[in-house]
Design a protein around this ligand. Sequence first.
Ligand code: ACO
Length: 441
Amino acid sequence: MQPSAETNGKPNTLTITDNRTGKQYEIPIENDTIRATDLRKIRMHPEDFGMMTYDPAFMNTAACRSTITFIDGDRGILQYRGYPIEQLAERCSYLEVAYLLIHGELPNEAQFEEWTQNITQHTFVHENIKKFMDGFHYDAHPMGMFVSTVAALSTFYPTAKRIDDPVERLLTIYRLIGKAPTLAAFAYRHSIGMPYVYPDDDLSYAGNLLSMMFKVGEPMLQPHPVLTHALDTLFILHADHEQNCSANAMRAVGSSRADPYSSAAAAAAALYGPLHGGANAEVLYMLDEIGNKEKIPAFINAVKGGERKLMGFGHRIYKNFDPRASIIKKLADQVFSVTGRNPKLDIAMELERIALQDDYFIKRKLYPNVDFYSGLIYQALKFPVDMFPVLFAIGRMSGWLAQWQEMLLDPEQKISRPRQVYLGRAKRDVPMLSQRGFAAG
Ligand code: ACO
């Protein structure tokens, strides 16, 4: 949220009365927030620890100050570094947006050339990574392979541990953005028993991924420009989303000063979950299960009865609409004009239509999120469902790295370590074995 600056001449403080003691406390307000540690002075007895806030799942806790991504969930606004997502999706390529997230400004031509060249130079992986991937079982999930190989990169680049060195940090940024599509494609090729395809420097970022995924015997795979553009746009839409579960994992692990590959692997692991980056695959499974429009009302009833979840609906932040979902819907039309219509689109649209008129969803402010339609496009591009979270991770890599770097450069940040409210047993003595029913001796 963006803080309001107006105080109308009134003090920018919060006065709290502790009714247990009758004492009053004045707490400064800054950027519409109070510092949780200021509450510690509220205590009954001098030896008390002091007041804390209890906020499971961080529903109302800002853990950092950030200048990367702005979201207004009620108004459906998403901006990277101040630029609306709609304009970025229309006017920029993914690599320009990645530059914007990392450096704070869009690149000029020379900066962009250098940036692209550096990333392209780092798309290859060490040959031992291939051997490492060969060790996975034939049906290993590509996201499990991706998470593990991102972590394994830390053993290939030990100097990345020098996280205070801006040159090392930038090198890691090039490497992780450059290698993410290579690792993703290799994971897929392994799962279908096909030889790995090396990166092709003459292709765009998204085009290169399509080539590494799908090239068979042809000397060069030139993907359809509409499909390349769609994939590139999907990367832009997924590039960052402020303090989401995986960005929070990246920051939390990075705050222990772990190397960036290990931190990025932790972020990717967080993304793997069905409530986060795994949701786009779940949407497809759900549409498959519903099978035809006639079965939608029964499915909706199961959702309302609490037996099922309508995957691809609802969001912690967006309570009106997800601006990414509107862009994706338009993108789907462009893709289907080339690939032919995905028959599941009709089920998805009918599901959306019925849900948006239903009181259950209206009351809870549940709208389609970015994942409701993205899977249908990925499927039209011939990506298997298991690859969906991996595709999400490729786009999100630049956001994770921007969040990680911001955390490292923020003098207020320390090792991330939440408090707890302990409700367990009070101190007690360990009983002797005989008192716990053990036979003597
Ligand atoms: N289907 C049915 N009911 C839902 C759904 C859904 N998809 N999402 C939320 N609700 C209901 C909850 O049961 C709850 O109802 P209640 O008040 O009667 O208990 C109410 O709406 C509020 O939901 P919460 O779970 O409290 O919302 P929260 O902010 O914790 O969860 C989340 C957000 C995880 C995204 C949730 O909406 C969900 O599980 N959606 C489906 C998974 C999904 O699409 N995830 C992708 C998110 S986008 C992304 O990560 C890129």
